[in-house]
Design a protein around this ligand. Structure first.
Ligand SMILES: C[S@@+](CC[C@H](N)C(=O)[O-])C[C@H]1O[C@@H](n2cnc3c(N)ncnc32)[C@H](O)[C@@H]1O
Length: 299
């Protein structure tokens, strides 16, 4: 298993995702002799996980069952231990496309935070690209570096523990794309420019507040960036439900036979139909942040 390569069978040391239900999943590190408690009872790694195929249905000690899934950046995003606010897949998908990331891309990122976005970038740029990620909080930088190793993607990423606004990304003239998720991105725009290849390349900054966006856009203009555009992506999820709808009652049927006394037989129409449809959930995820994109001049 690696987060950038699929394997059929579960092996010792893998990170497997235990799927209990749509909104309940957890990552486990697979180890001989270890047990994991689920809401359906215990899973024994040696007999229930190691050697089984990813995707298998596993019966737990209380008789209930779970599925065991191969890790992906998307599953990691919804199961990872939060050390910071993180980016979710709706924003990540847009960032990946708008930064034009592909296998072989060299990317700079700051801050690394909990590594949610980093995993998605690594999967996209593998096997020949590289991520230079900068995190000034020492414990976070160390923890994420440990996770990259455990997930077998450490050969694709360099973690630097420094202040991106003061010290930049630690590389110059190499990046195809730069991503910023820090409180004062405008202070890092000149370092983003320096990290990028001489001509062309894309930059993106994620900020929750419009005042941050304004200052970042001004810094991007000052540094000569072009095609500056800010957007927000809102996700609308739909739940599949069976609903019952009463059929409308249009009154007595004129073609219906009349009774012997000449009056019409009137039976109220109580019929309902049952149909499968989708409904938006009661709570809809709202604003996460604005995404500002820009291009370094190609000439
Ligand atoms: C919101 S988190 C990033 C989350 C990340 N995008 C993810 O998806 O998991 C912001 C991170 O930036 C770090 N940070 C803030 N300012 C920084 C700076 N000037 N240099 C480096 N890291 C910084 C913080 O310590 C924090 O971990």
């Amino acid at each position: 298993m690696s987060f950038v390569e699929y394997s059929d069978c579960i092996q010792e040391g893998d990170i497997a995702i235990i799927y209990q239900s749509h909104d309940s999943m957890m990552p486990v590190k697979v180890q001989q002799g270890t047990q994991t408690q689920t809401r359906y009872g215990v899973i024994r790694h040696s007999s229930d996980l190691i050697g089984q195929r990813y995707g298998s249905k596993i019966t737990c000690s209380k008789g209930g069952w779970v599925h065991v899934l191969h890790p992906t950046p998307e599953l990691w995003t919804v199961t990872l231990p939060h050390r910071t606010q993180i980016l979710y897949t709706t924003d990540i998908a847009t960032i990946t496309m708008m930064l034009e990331l592909k296998p072989g891309s060299i990317v700079c990122e700051s801050g690394t935070g909990s590594g949610s976005l980093s995993h998605a970038i690594l999967r996209t740029v593998a096997p020949t690209g590289h991520l230079h990620t900068v995190e000034f909080h020492q414990q976070r930088a160390e923890k994420v570096a440990e996770e990259f190793k455990e997930h077998r993607v450490d050969h694709l990423v360099t973690v630097r523990n420094q202040d991106v606004c003061k010290d930049g990304f630690g590389v110059t003239g190499v990046a195809d794309a730069v991503f910023l998720d820090i409180p004062s991105p405008w202070e890092a725009v000149k370092h983003a420019k320096a990290a990028m290849k001489r001509h062309g390349g894309r930059v993106c900054s994620f900020s929750p507040c419009i005042e941050q966006v304004q200052r970042t856009c001004e810094a991007l203009v000052d540094q000569g960036f072009e095609e500056i555009s800010t957007l927000e992506v809102l996700l609308r999820v739909h739940d599949v439900r069976t609903v019952s709808l009463p059929l409308p009652d249009f009154g007595p049927d004129p073609s219906a036979p009349t009774q012997l006394d000449g009056t019409e037989k009137t039976t109220p129409n109580q019929t309902t139909i049952s149909l499968k449809t989708t409904v938006p959930p009661r709570e809809i995820p709202g604003h996460t942040g604005y995404l500002t994109f820009a291009t370094k001049p190609r000439t």
